[in-house]
Design a protein around this ligand. Structure first.
Ligand SMILES: Nc1ncnc2c1ncn2[C@@H]1O[C@H](COP(=O)(O)OP(=O)(O)O)[C@@H](O)[C@H]1O
Ligand SMILES: O=P(O)(O)OC[C@H]1O[C@](O)(COP(=O)(O)O)[C@@H](O)[C@@H]1O
Ligand SMILES: [Mg+2]
Length: 327
């Protein structure tokens, strides 16, 4: 076993994501399997700063594989962004004899862990947990598949009412700076147009698309807009379309945090289970400053700097698919 790791601290940080519990369960059970101890840190980095931790064993994580959210709770900790906050965190880490950390979170959480490592040399491995799927080094982040399915289910319902009233629906989905949720849910829910931050869009193009839809005989349309869209917010975009087409009966729906909850899909549970075990095994092999991810269905470790700085490109084939099917 590498680096004398006997006690691992595990935390969930940043925005919660369905499947974080499944990842926690896998970390705790892998620790037991490899005969080391696992300690749960509550509320992300806040728990390190406030010494809020709990010993975990295989039975402490029973009945959570199917639960959304995170039983450890999560936080966006402003104090951890300060050297003083991280000093307190390190003191409590030492007090609890933690030899390494598993950080389940997004790019922000990894940035924090990286800075902490540079200052105090604490080994850590990150597990990508965010619905946004915006992390380089993995084909999928934990929670993304569940969020996609939630969006598709919701848009299917909107389609029923859109069709009944011959309306145009503008639906805003999450994705702070990324269009993965929008693009994939848009294809799966049969959207007429999909607006994502990675692409240059214009209200003119959007109107063209809606006009084409009318000309081809469609009586109602759904437009999916990522919250990070550069053109502006969904209400503003809807207003601009209405100004050009007063005859359109437009409605706006912001799906919001409903996308962050719910029981994780099979895909997210399996992904989380694999990554949780990989993170523990990585630490025991002496690995650090890496993110465990999955690419082409194989576990891969990516340097954390790369995971933070690089970005997954939007697949242009998917954009083509969306365009062809909107005919
Ligand atoms: N530059 C930073 N320095 C120290 N800690 C950071 C930094 N960026 C993020 N963090 C920590 O990670 C937490 C989670 O980051 P956030 O961006 O909110 O979510 P996510 O990890 O989901 O991207 C922050 O609340 C903060 O405690
Ligand atoms: O939960 P909050 O603080 O309202 O933040 C909302 C943001 O969190 C997300 O749901 C997930 O982002 P992170 O996983 O990076 O935290 C984004 O899609 C959204 O922009
Ligand atoms: Mg983030």
């Amino acid at each position: 076993m590498g680096k004398n790791i006997k006690r691992i601290g595990v935390l969930t940080s940043g925005g919660d994501a369905p499947g974080m519990n499944a990842a926690l369960r896998a970390v705790v059970r892998a620790c037991k399997y490899y005969q080391i101890e696992s300690i749960g840190i509550r509320q992300g980095y806040e728990g390190l700063i406030n010494n809020d931790m709990i010993e975990l064993g295989p039975r402490s994580v029973k009945n959570i594989i199917n639960q959304g959210g995170t039983i450890l709770k999560t936080a966006r900790s402003t104090e951890f962004r300060t050297p003083e906050g991280r000093k307190k965190a390190y003191e409590h880490l030492q007090k609890n004899n933690l030899d390494a950390l598993v950080v389940i979170g997004g790019d922000g959480s990894f940035t924090g862990a990286n800075i902490f490592h540079k200052e105090y040399n604490v080994p850590f491995i990150g597990i990508p947990g965010t619905i946004d799927n915006d992390i380089f080094g993995t084909d999928f982040t934990i929670g993304y598949d569940t969020a996609l399915n939630t969006v598709v289910e919701a848009v299917d319902k909107l389609r029923d009412t859109a069709t009944s009233h011959d309306r145009v629906f503008f639906v805003e989905v999450m994705g702070r700076d990324a269009g993965f949720i929008a693009l994939n849910s848009g294809i799966a829910s049969g959207a007429q147009d999909i607006l994502i931050p990675e692409q240059r869009d214009s209200v003119e193009d959007l109107c063209d698309s809606l006009e084409r839809s009318e000309e081809s005989g469609k009586k109602s349309s759904i437009v999916i807009i990522a919250e990070g869209e550069q053109l502006g917010g969904v209400y503003e975009i809807a207003k601009q379309v209405k100004a050009r087409h007063q005859e359109y009966d437009i409605r706006v729906t912001v799906l919001g945090h409903i996308q962050r909850g719910g029981s994780p899909t099979c895909h997210d549970r399996v992904l989380a289970s694999r990554l949780g075990i990989a993170a523990v095994e990585g630490l025991l092999e002496g690995k650090t400053n890496l993110m465990a991810g999955i690419r082409s269905n194989k576990i891969v470790f990516t340097p954390i700097d790369e995971a933070i700085i690089k970005h997954n490109e939007i697949d242009t084939e998917l954009i083509k698919v969306a365009n062809i099917l909107a005919i």
